[in-house]
Design a protein around this ligand. Structure first.
Ligand SMILES: Nc1ncnc2c1ncn2[C@@H]1O[C@H](COP(=O)(O)OP(=O)(O)OP(=O)(O)O)[C@@H](O)[C@H]1O
Ligand SMILES: [Mg+2]
Length: 225
């Protein structure tokens, strides 16, 4: 089943970022986007995730075609109930403790807090702590747990493990990928971490304003694991 497709997408600010992008995400699939800093990975994720209208092209999400032609309210509905957005800034509510941050997400999405997930992420013991008392890596894991507890169909992750040591990063991404498999969801992840990219089904490289399929790497990782 197709979760997302992008057709002939392009974006520019004062200068061209990328053009001619075509991409399809199917249920159960994990896609990585790599590329040097400033190449436009975050811009692509913003374009695909309802956050930023591209300069041209079409994005379809589930049964919604050409999402940027929808009303703001409809876009919000997709974002709230179908998407999980894990971006570089964590968007945790400071001044609230961990449990309250999770409860806010639960109320918005009508999903219970997933204690098992918090155990997996080794942050279950932080429920009573204030956000400011968590380490950077704990905040990152909390924001990922919060997104997964919404039970999204499509996850967009922008450097989701940037604050984590490689062992913890690997463990957290295994949990996220397990979520994708068991819920038949899909994920598109921008990362500099080739180890994480190689855990995906497909790797694309953003270079010279184009997204290049880099299937060799993904095949290599599949035969190795
Ligand atoms: N809102 C904006 N207005 C103007 N220029 C922007 C804006 N957002 C990003 N850019 C520029 O677009 C280019 C691509 O940025 P983007 O954040 O997509 O890169 P990236 O590949 O995600 O980089 P990194 O790996 O460092 O996160 C950069 O040159 C950046 O300065
Ligand atoms: Mg970025």
């Amino acid at each position: 089943m197709e979760l997302l497709s992008a057709h002939n997408l392009s974006h520019s600010f004062d200068f061209m970022i990328y053009e001619g992008l075509n991409l399809t995400l199917n249920a159960g699939e994990k896609i990585a986007i790599v590329g040097v800093s400033g190449s436009g990975k975050s811009t692509i994720l913003n374009n695909l995730s309802t956050m930023l209208a591209p300069k041209s092209g079409v994005v379809n999400i589930l049964e919604s075609h050409n999402i940027y032609a929808l009303k703001a309210q409809e876009l919000l509905h997709i974002r709230r109930y179908q998407l999980g957005i894990i971006f570089q800034a964590h968007y945790l509510f400071r001044g609230f403790d961990v449990r309250e941050n999770l409860e806010l997400a639960s109320i918005v999405s009508n999903q219970p807090i997933d204690m098992e997930l918090l155990e997996h992420f080794e942050i279950a013991h932080t429920l009573k702590q204030q956000i400011g008392e968590l380490s950077g890596g704990q905040q990152q894991r909390l924001s990922i747990a919060r997104v997964l507890s919404k039970k999204p169909k499509i996850i967009f992750a922008d450097e989701p493990t940037g604050n984590l040591d490689s062992q913890t990063a690997h463990k957290v991404m295994e949990c996220v990928f397990e979520y994708v498999a068991t819920h038949n969801a899909g994920i598109i992840i921008a990362t500099h971490d080739m180890h994480i990219a190689q855990m995906c089904d497909r790797i694309y490289k953003l270079e010279n304003h184009h997204l290049h399929a880099n299937i060799g790497l993904a095949t290599e990782s599949r035969t190795r694991s």
